[in-house]
Write a protein that binds this ligand. Sequence first.
Ligand code: NAD
Length: 283
Amino acid sequence: MSYIIDGKAISKQIKDELKDEVSQLNCEGISICLAVVQVGNDPASSVYVRNKKRACEYIGIKSAAYELEESTTEEELVKLISELNSSDEIDGILVQLPLPKHIREDLIIQSIAPEKDVDGFHPVSVGNLCIGRSGFISCTPAGIIQLLKRSEIEITGKECVIIGRSNIVGKPMSILLLRENGTVTVTHSQTVDLKKVTSRADILIVAIGKPKFITADYVKDGAVVIDVGIHRDENNHLCGDVDFEDVEKKVSAITPVPGGVGPMTIAMLMENCVEAARKKSHR
Ligand code: NAD
């Protein structure tokens, strides 16, 4: 029997810690506001946005919603972000991705002021992470580190293998595991003999974006497996990139989907919002 890492409970613990901190900040006259920008009405994005607003409410952070038409131009979106950048009322700016195809995501991300970049996607945030300076960290990989630490899973000296090299998960994950003294390998679509590489992992992070792709033959006995993927299976149930039933028997610890990495991403977004307000209060 493996240990099921309860992301829902750990994220609740973090949100409760933040709630106390926000109420303390409120007593000092500091309130926190996150601007949540959504362009178009992609149903999955609407669910994510709703969950983020709910988390804000729970913690005591205000959220200002900007729901823009699908036809919004790049210039209009940049103009809104520039207004939010200079507003004293706004501590963090979240632009829900993906954006409609006619808007360049990289340009939009770069238009957010680094001190309000609570998603941690701005090149300044990524650069700070790479060279070990403080700054906002992409929420999903930051949440995975918290999951491991709060489950008392040692990272130092461990063989850590990541499947996927995306800018929002795989790459920042590799830097964070390095920072925690793991020995890190990043695999991707061009990796030769993926199974051979994943089979040596003590900690396997799976962000491949393919439902139930990772089966027991990809993992070492007793490994820790973190599943980042979110999909709907043939019965419309949520599932991850890992075939949970097959892999669970072989590993020492594993995250479920739902209830694993997903709730942690939102908890770390909240942490970044509180951090933005803390920094502003010291400027
Ligand atoms: P992505 O599509 O940008 O990247 C997938 C990566 O997998 C790529 O780097 C690619 O090289 C690699 N890959 C593809 N096929 C491969 C193969 N056969 N062998 C080895 N590597 C292969 O995805 P992403 O944005 O990193 O997201 C990954 C998954 O995580 C998706 O299911 C996404 O929905 C989910 N996700 C969840 C959260 C959360 O909060 N739980 C956050 C972000 C992403």
